[in-house]
Design a protein around this ligand. Structure first.
Ligand code: BGC
Length: 359
């Protein structure tokens, strides 16, 4: 359909939602062998093929072969998450003196935008071309009152694949009333390949000296704790599985890692968040972001009951997420960076996922 530099974008049909709305799939390919597919239902990244150290390309994200799998509401595979990524305690917050009640869909709490968040709606989409690559732009207006949130929110999310094997995700939003906004991308990665088992051998580096402690419903207690001397210290590359089953109360609450890490190098622009290395294939993933935090989720709630691509059963810890974000439940914690977007302000956020290989 369109091509820029050495990156090409094509579009074809991916079926329809039950109400007959067409769903399209965009395939974005660069000259170095990266191929990403994304659909306008939920802005979901359905596949991402990258080479390993011997040049073999594999799909490194969890998902489904057809739209039906996504319509069964899997746990946010590949999706854009909004209006607020992560949890808001009891689905309640006060803003400008008014109490707002959100949909609760995770025990007592609001999670990832509610019952029908940005991951479960069809977005308008169009191919885009930039100077460094090409991709797809998704736009949508979230109406006033959706899932309990105040104000209309005009949202644009773009995925750009560059010649340098990067996936650049950019988010922009404006509101006509003050509202919390915390957009993120919820891809589950397995750099050894989709369906290749657990991710415990992946080595992870997180550029975070601190993380936010949570209670048993995964709501922040408000305490920002040092990672030093705990299983949450990933400042040096460490296998995800090395300490995941240690008897630490925070690991027990989440059945593993499911925590917001407070990024240390925060500045105005992009800063480093994480590096991942998969030793068998040599694949690497490096993440830079403008966000102050990243949720590292080790797939603890996957239990083998979801059959994904090629019938792969997604078992315990078969994928991990690194969701760049503001901190969970920020509207209820005045000392966390603010997530409130006011009329006249532009919400903007950017995350770069860079794929590579190492021997
Ligand atoms: C959350 C997990 C949740 C998962 C799927 C992650 O972002 O932190 O607690 O189970 O999304 O819903």
């Amino acid at each position: 359909m369109k091509s820029s530099n050495l990156v090409a974008v094509t579009r074809r049909s991916f079926g329809a939602t039950p109400d007959g709305t067409h769903v399209d799939i965009y395939t974005i390919t660069n000259a170095a062998g990266v191929e990403m597919r994304a659909i306008n239902y939920g802005g979901i990244i359905t596949s991402l093929k990258v080479p390993d150290r011997s040049g073999q390309r594999d799909d490194v994200v969890l998902g489904f072969d057809s739209v039906d799998g996504y319509l069964k509401a899997p746990p946010y595979f590949g999706a854009i998450v909004g209006r607020y990524g992560n949890r808001i305690a009891n689905g309640r917050f006060t803003l400008e003196g008014e109490i707002f009640e959100l949909a609760t869909n995770d025990g007592p709490n609001h999670l990832h935008g509610g019952v029908k968040g940005f991951d479960k709606v069809v977005w308008a989409a169009r191919p885009i071309e930039g100077t460094r690559g090409a991709g797809v732009e998704f736009t949508r207006t979230s109406p006033d009152g959706e899932e309990g949130y105040p104000g209309n929110l005009n949202t644009t999310v773009t995925y750009t694949v560059t010649d340098d094997n990067e996936l650049v995700v950019e988010y922009r939003a404006t509101a006509d009333r003050a509202t919390p906004v915390n957009l993120t991308q919820h891809t589950y990665f397995n750099l050894a390949g989709d369906g290749s088992g657990d991710i415990l051998g992946h080595e992870l580096m997180l550029d975070a000296d601190h993380y936010t402690l949570v209670d048993e419903t995964l709501i922040p207690t408000g305490e920002i704790a040092a990672v030093e001397g705990t299983p949450f210290d990933f400042r040096r590359r460490t296998a995800i599985g090395a300490r995941i089953d240690l008897p630490h109360v925070q690991l027990r609450h989440a059945k593993g890692y499911d925590h917001n890490f407070v990024l240390s190098r925060r500045g105005d622009g992009l800063h480093h968040a994480a590096d991942v290395f998969e030793p068998r294939t040599g694949r690497t993933l490096s993440i830079d972001t403008t966000e102050p935090g990243v949720q590292f989720y080790s797939g603890n709630f996957l239990d083998g009951t979801i059959a994904g691509k090629a019938g792969h059963l997604y078992g315990f810890r078969n994928g991990f997420c690194l969701e760049t974000q503001h901190f969970p439940d920020s509207p209820n914690h005045a000392h966390f960076p603010s997530t409130i977007v006011k009329p006249g302000q532009m919400y903007s956020s950017k995350t770069v996922f860079r794929f590579g290989i190492r021997n």
